[in-house]
Structures are given as structure tokens and as C-alpha cells.
Design a binder for this molecule. Structure first.
Ligand SMILES: *Cc1c(COP(=O)(O)O)cnc(C)c1O
Length: 351
């Protein structure tokens, strides 16, 4: 028996998603919300969770949570929701369901790395369409390529990770209208962009809107949701593992949705701090800032490897993306005002 002979070659060729240790560091590498819940809310939540029946399987489709999400997130009438163990699981489910032999997926790149990973897992062809050097999208060239490749799935991160770019809405609509397959609008950062295609679902039969609770402040509970027409959700539900969203996640998400104003106020603070931090970074000699509508900022520096290492020695962890097309780029998550101050001071000594 040998690992190399039994494991599929496309899996052997992959690298596992790398998460660096962060203990003791100012953690600005993973787009987490830096704010903890207040002691009062923690106490209330503890009481709610104490009543959860851990010996029982969860509600299989999360009916109460879906109903709350539909209301709080303004899901249009007639659309259905599916819940996932993070939006990552939903991306995987979509890909598994549409990976007919020879089928392709297409996305502007650089973008969220998991799209291409799921293509590799399922044997789909991944068509990566390069963004311009400033990370803007040539929508008409994208549409032309789409006509040639006929992708079953188009993934559009709106705003995009790792650039933070929010593509023009009219370009998105032109792509959705011209797509031969489905378009998944990945709105992981919607709370920071204040732009959404949720309300456009009724207008486009091939549009699916994907969201996550992670970037909003609940990365630890692993909850994603997908809004689409019932005919899509019906098929995708067949691929979903039973009980994929656990009881603690469902109870916590319901608790927080009833107090959504807390998370929305945090998102508003992060948006204001993002704009302040971007202006500060842009004024630093040698730093180029890519305009961001997310809760992170992509910057280009003279030597990203050296700066990343020097920041680490000063106790600050950011994401090093130093490989084309993000050569010499670092992705900095917006932290608390104090964390941002520490980052700026450390960066001044690390360029
Ligand atoms: C972070 C991120 C996700 C994954 O979020 P989870 O719900 O935590 O799995 C999906 N898409 C994009 C573009 C992201 O940046």
C-alpha cells in the first residue's frame, strides 16, 4: 500500500490551506472582526446555549435560522435559503452539483483561492481570467472569454478578495445576463461594501447570492448561507450532508441575528477605520494602496517578504501575497483603532 498510488494525482499536487500560528500577535491576516461581544451579551448567550439539547441532532435545514436570515437580510419573496458550515461548504456543494464531465468554472483572478481548489477536487476545468494590473475587471473581455469557454459556474467575489475591489454594478449585470450558466455572487464582505445583488435575485434566473457570517463577526461559528430560486436550492440540497450546521451554531446565529444592530455598528466602525487606515498607508513613502470596499486593504511595498518578516518580529501578523499578480503585496485586515496604530508604527520601521 502506498499513499502516492492510492490518492488521486490532482490531490497529491495540491497544497493544504495554510494557517500560520498567531498566538501573541496582533492578528491582521484573516479578515476577522476584531471586536468581542460585550460581557452582558456573552452572559445572555451562555444562558441560551445552556438550554441547547446537545444529545439531539440539529434541525436538518435550520428552519428557524433560515426564517430569521430571510427577514434580516432582505431575501426577496419567492427565494429560498440553504445554510452551510461556512460559505466554503456551500461553494463546495455548488461545485459538486455542477461538475458534469468537461464542465468549466470561470472567475476573475487573483481571487478567493478556494474556487480553484474546489475545481481541482471535482475535476472541473478552472478558467482564471486575469484582472488588469490595477485589479479592475475588463468586463467585455470577460464576457467574450465566457462565450468561448461556456462555464457552468462563474464565481464573482463582490468585493473581491484579496484586492478589496468592488466591480461596477453594471459590469456585474452584463456578466450575469451573458453567462451561459450560473453566476455565484460571493458577498462575503457585503457588510463593508454596502452593496448587494440580493435584491436583484428576482431579475436573474441564473443568479445565486452567497454570504457568510464570518467577516461580520462570527468566524468561529462557521455559518454561510446561499439565496437562490427554489429550483436551484432543491438540487443543491441533495448534495448537502445531513445536519451540516450544528446546534450551537444555529442557536448562536439566531441569538446574534436578533441583535444584528451590534454587528452592524461594528461593521460601520470598521468601514470608517478602513478609510482612515487606507489614507494613512497611502501617505507612507513606498506604499501603494489598492482602494478597498472590504474589511482589509491590499498594499504594494518595495519588498513584501522583508516587510512581512519585519512586521512579524514587531508582533504584527499580516498576509504575505508575494507572488504574481500580487507581487510585493501584503493584505492587511482592518483591526481596532489601537491595532491599526500598532500596525502603522511597525510598518514605518519595516519598509
Ligand atoms: C472568507 C471568504 C469566504 C469564506 O468564508 P467562510 O464562510 O468563513 O467559509 C468566501 N468567499 C470569500 C471571497 C472570502 O473572502
Amino acid at each position: 500500500m502506498s499513499v502516492e498510488k492510492l490518492v488521486r494525482p490532482e490531490i497529491l499536487a495540491l497544497k493544504a490551506y495554510h494557517v500560520p500560528p498567531a498566538a501573541g500577535l496582533v492578528k491582521l491576516d484573516a479578515m476577522e472582526n476584531p471586536y468581542a461581544l460585550s460581557p452582558e451579551l456573552r452572559g445572555e448567550l451562555a444562558q441560551v446555549l445552556a438550554k441547547v439539547e446537545l444529545n439531539r441532532y440539529p434541525d436538518p435545514t435550520g428552519a428557524r435560522l433560515r426564517e430569521l436570515l430571510a427577514r434580516k437580510m432582505c431575501v426577496p419573496a419567492g427565494m429560498e435559503l440553504m445554510l452551510g458550515n461556512g460559505s466554503d461548504e456551500l461553494l463546495q456543494i455548488i461545485t459538486i452539483a455542477l461538475a458534469r464531465p468537461g464542465a468549466a468554472m470561470m472567475y476573475p483572478a487573483p481571487t478567493f483561492v478556494m474556487y480553484s481548489m474546489y475545481a481541482a477536487f471535482t475535476g472541473m476545468k478552472a478558467v482564471s481570467f486575469p484582472l488588469r494590473a490595477d485589479f479592475s475587471l475588463d468586463a467585455s473581455a470577460f464576457i467574450e472569454r465566457m462565450r468561448a469557454e461556456k462555464p457552468a459556474i462563474v464565481f464573482l467575489a463582490y468585493p473581491n478578495n484579496p484586492s478589496g475591489t468592488l466591480y461596477p454594478q453594471a459590469d456585474m449585470e452584463a456578466i450575469i445576463a451573458a453567462a451561459p450558466g450560473i453566476v455565484v455572487m460571493d458577498e462575503a464582505y457585503h457588510a463593508f461594501a454596502e452593496k448587494t445583488f440580493m435584491d436583484r435575485l428576482p431579475a436573474f434566473p441564473n443568479l445565486l447570492v452567497l454570504r457568510t457570517a464570518s467577516k461580520l463577526g462570527l468566524a468561529g461559528i462557521r455559518l454561510g448561507y446561499l439565496a437562490a430560486r427554489p429550483e436551484w436550492i432543491e438540487q443543491l440540497n441533495k448534495v448537502r450532508s445531513p445536519y451540516n450546521v450544528n446546534v450551537l451554531t444555529q442557536a448562536t446565529a439566531c441569538f446574534m441575528l436578533e441583535r444584528l444592530d451590534v454587528l452592524e455598528a461594528q461593521a460601520a466602525a470598521i468601514r470608517a477605520d478602513r478609510d482612515r487606515l487606507a489614507a494613512t498607508l497611502a501617505a507612507m513613502p513606498g506604499v501603494t494602496v489598492i482602494p478597498s470596499k472590504a474589511n482589509f486593504i491590499l498594499v504594494r511595498v518595495p519588498d513584501a517578504d522583508a516587510t512581512h518578516g519585519a512586521l512579524l518580529r514587531r508582533g504584527v501578523l499580516v498576509k504575505n501575497l508575494n507572488a504574481p499578480p500580487t507581487k510585493n503585496c501584503l493584505r492587511i485586515t482592518v483591526g481596532t483603532p489601537e491595532e491599526n496604530r500598532i500596525l502603522v508604527a511597525a510598518l514605518k520601521e519595516s519598509l
